[in-house]
Design a protein around this ligand. Sequence first.
Ligand SMILES: C[S@@+](CC[C@H](N)C(=O)[O-])C[C@H]1O[C@@H](n2cnc3c(N)ncnc32)[C@H](O)[C@@H]1O
Length: 237
Amino acid sequence: MSNNALTSARQSLRLYGRRKGKRLRPSRQALLDRALSSIRIDIDKEGVPITPKALFTDMVDAMWLEIGYGGGEHLAAQANTHQNVGFIGAEVFENGIASLLRHCEEKQLTNVRIFDDDVRALLPALAKGSLARVFLLYPDPWPKSKHAKRRFICPETLTALAQVMSPGAELRIATDHPAYARWCLQHGPVHPCFEWLVTGSADWRTGPADAVATRYEEKAIRAGRKPSYFTFAKTVF
Ligand SMILES: C[S@@+](CC[C@H](N)C(=O)[O-])C[C@H]1O[C@@H](n2cnc3c(N)ncnc32)[C@H](O)[C@@H]1O
């Protein structure tokens, strides 16, 4: 897709979540002003399609994406453990972006790039088959059925993800909301490009062995809610 086509596709997207919350503390604002520009992905400047090689100066063996990383603690922990992987974090919420920047500075991570906008605008700009793993952890559940069309998982986003995932790449989803869990099972296994990797009732209750708890997950467990974990593998496209 050309840059012009990407710009008009981007303009047609409607985002339902918030971009700004509490005013940032001066130190966080200063961090945002100082550190974001060097790792921010600007689709117009990168040149499309965006490849891992274009994004990361150090050689990376694979590229992983986390959608809606919130405070960024999961992404930073994964990036620290897998320094041979290039990470893209997509988040629209300013406080979350500043929080990930802090984690990156504290851990001195050089394998993270940030897309500070709606991830649906990024997906068509990425090179086909370029993602080896995608995390969607505790997406906004939009629990009322009249808001179900706002949920991130839907046939269109699954198709957009399938285009940029390599064969066998995993889409890992976690949710603490029973309606969203049902929704994932209504959409994931029937999509022609995804296969649900499930071996029994235990794995979708316990999650992958290398999972790192996010802030929402900790909150959900403290409140007595049981998370569900789904891993879908990209098949063909
Ligand atoms: C419920 S929070 C979960 C945050 C984090 N994953 C966690 O588990 O702690 C959902 C996050 O997704 C972000 N988000 C929602 N839609 C998005 C989109 N289209 N692109 C990027 N981020 C999005 C929101 O800003 C919010 O921070």
